[in-house]
Design a protein around this ligand. Structure first.
Ligand code: M6R
Length: 612
């Protein structure tokens, strides 16, 4: 939620900041702004709209500001206060001393505001952020470190703040509690941003601020402090991602590019964690075997698409062995439940960004109970990576499209292997199952390539059904998590009503909605549940709903049950979802494209949900 960027150095701040904001725009995009410094003067430019429009506004600024050597910028996902130019960041204190951008929510902003208004300070906006801005100006008496320390003590809630003081030309201050902030310096310049992808073109050695840390950026380097004002030494983390990986290349949308990268994600995952026909995660999984053997229950916790990845993992675990009690929960619920914890419990937290507020809170709860924790994330250096003792990095590379695609693939690949490693370490994974699944996993990348080559077929179906009034995704057992993912993709990028149901549940209510305007997408692989699922499909067909079947190659009879069929290569039944997700992603993508939606930045959404 919200992307922020700060720069001080010898380069042109306007271009560097605008470029950094454009790279982080997926984090929030309802309004945007920049503040540029020229000596002691600082000028703000803000708009409701996208960074591309802010660029045009900045071009009209006086020349000296275009040449500015420092500044801060923001792209907003509104929480407190409507989407207006006034509420857009940066905010400026009444006395003009403090100019600030913020990501997060200041929970005690009303109290701070009431107190400062009582002292005669006039507020201009409806935002929670302005409380931090005005308070900092009120606290600042020429000593920035003292004022920042006092500010951090006074604020409740989550914040990543980036600040310019009018009388401190070569400095940018920043502070972090609860919202991500990454800092870097190179070649007489220092930078900060919400997301590492904004800084990769300058350096791959990044300093991730910890909870309760702040920093001052100067052209010659960065100094770090705790919220108590005591200096801290920090070592950079090297991020191997390439900035090219965060570019769209020849594609119209990041989402389409990222869908196409999934065979490589799966190849990398298999290469990193398997040996011919066996799983070998010992090197990356830093959890001693005796702990794994002691565990009596596993909690799988995540949000959104990552949650569906955990449902798939749960399904694989159940299919391979039921001796261990496993449960799946969304993090926003887990964090408030009286969940069991302790030495006999392992909790696995999955978050592509590693910054989702609910998942972080859930992980903190589990850790406070002494539960063993593993995080699966795509971002090295993210909060969850730093807070949880064991991290498995998914190998998807930077994902920019708001809709998760290749990170889901990275997660389910890792989760499948992790589940097998755990069962193997406990001595309950049969050699046959291990070889069967790993062998089949190795065929996935080539099968994925072949599905991607048939994009035209899926695109034609998407165009045919884009006018439907709604969509039902149905399936059984291992396909149920995918029905959810298929429906979510359509909701988030096409804004169409779409529901996911275990196929057997349709007759308990949802079937009443069916008619010829509602498409049923049925996942029917050739497994022991094929006939059962086809019966449910027949029930839908009898209510005049058009049917799109996703079936296994060779099942010629499937055509008799549907208006259209997408055939997928045959793999072990646990892995069918790994292939089926690709046509579902492409279907949602092409429906959204047909309807001319803003696919990479869908309305009302943001890629990282760093507020509760
Ligand atoms: O970064 P996370 O994996 O923790 O994000 C969780 C969800 O916010 C995320 O999966 C969301 O549902 C995506 N937009 C789905 O495409």
């Amino acid at each position: 939620m919200c992307g922020i960027m700060g720069y001080v150095g010898s380069g042109k701040a306007s271009g560097i900041i605008l470029n950094g904001l454009a790279r982080q725009e997926y984090r929030g995009y309802d309004s945007t702004g920049i503040a540029l410094r020229c000596d002691k003067e600082i000028k703000n430019a803000k708009i409701v709209g996208r960074v591309s429009e802010l660029v045009k506004l900045v071009e009209k600024m006086p020349r000296e500001y275009l040449e500015a050597r420092s500044g801060i910028g923001h792209t907003r996902w509104a929480t407190h206060g409507g989407v207006t130019v006034t509420n857009a960041h940066p905010h400026e204190s009444e006395d003009g001393m403090v100019i600030l951008v913020h990501n997060g929510i200041i929970e005690n902003s009303r109290e701070i505001r009431a107190d400062l208004e009582g002292r005669g300070i006039k507020f201009k906006t409806e935002t929670d952020t302005e409380a931090a801005c005005q308070l900092l100006a009120h606290l600042y008496k020429g000593d920035a470190l003292a004022a920042m320390t006092e500010l951090a003590r006074s604020l409740a809630g989550a914040f990543a703040l980036v600040i310019m003081f009018r009388d401190r030309p070569d400095e940018i201050w920043c502070a972090r509690r609860g919202s991500p902030l990454v800092v870097a310096n190179s070649d007489e310049a220092s930078y900060c941003a919400s997301d590492p992808t904004a800084l990769l073109e300058f350096t791959h050695d990044l300093f991730f601020l910890e909870e309760g840390e702040m920093a001052v950026l100067k052209p010659g380097g960065v100094s770090f402090f705790g919220f108590d004002g005591v200096p801290r030494d920090k070592a950079p983390i090297h991020l191997s991602w390439d900035s090219i990986m965060a570019d769209k290349g020849q594609y119209e949308h990041f989402m389409r590019k990222e869908i196409g990268e999934q065979p490589d994600v799966m190849r990398l995952t298999i290469d990193a964690h398997t040996d011919v026909t066996s799983v070998s995660m010992e090197k990356s999984l830093n959890l001693p075997k005796d702990i794994i053997k002691r565990i009596r229950r596993i909690h799988l916790v995540a949000c959104g698409t990552s949650h569906y990845a955990t449902l798939l993992a749960w399904n694989i675990m159940e299919s391979l062995d039921c001796e261990i009690e496993a449960s799946v929960d969304v993090a926003s619920e887990y964090r408030y439940r009286n969940v069991h914890g302790g030495d006999d419990t392992l909790a696995i937290f999955v978050s592509q960004s590693g910054e989702t507020a609910d998942t972080l809170a859930a992980a903190r709860l589990a850790r406070s109970k002494g539960t063993h924790c593993i995080a699966i994330t795509n971002v090295r250096g993210s909060t969850i990576d730093r807070e949880v003792e064991n991290t498995l990095l998914s190998l998807a590379g930077p994902e920019i499209g708001v809709a998760a695609t290749k990170t889901f693939m990275g997660q389910i690949g890792l989760l499948a292997l992790l589940v097998m490693q755990i069962l193997k370490d406990r001595g309950v994974l049969s050699a046959n199952d291990e070889a069967r699944i790993i062998g089949s996993m190795r065929t996935l990348p080539a099968h994925m390539d072949s599905i991607l080559e048939r994009e035209g077929e899926i695109r034609a179906l998407a165009e045919k059904y884009a006018g439907s009034r709604g969509f039902f995704f149905i399936g059984r057992r291992e396909c149920v998590p995918l029905t959810m993912e298929g429906a979510l993709k359509l909701k988030e990028i096409a804004y169409l009503p779409s529901e996911a149901y275990a196929a057997g549940e349709m007759k308990h209510g949802p079937i009443a909605m069916l008619d010829e305007h509602l498409l049923v997408v049925a996942l029917v692989p050739n497994t022991d549940l094929r006939e059962k699922t086809l019966s449910n499909v027949a029930e839908c067909r009898a209510r005049n709903a058009p049917i799109l079947l996703i079936s296994t190659e060779g099942d010629a009879e499937a055509r008799e049950h549907a208006d259209d069929v997408i055939y997928l290569p045959s793999v072990e039944r646990e892995l069918f979802p790994f292939l089926a997700v690709i046509p579902l992603q492409l279907f949602a993508y092409h429906v959204a494209r047909t309807l001319k939606r803003d696919i990479d930045m869908p309305r009302n959404l943001a890629k990282s949900v760093t507020v509760e």
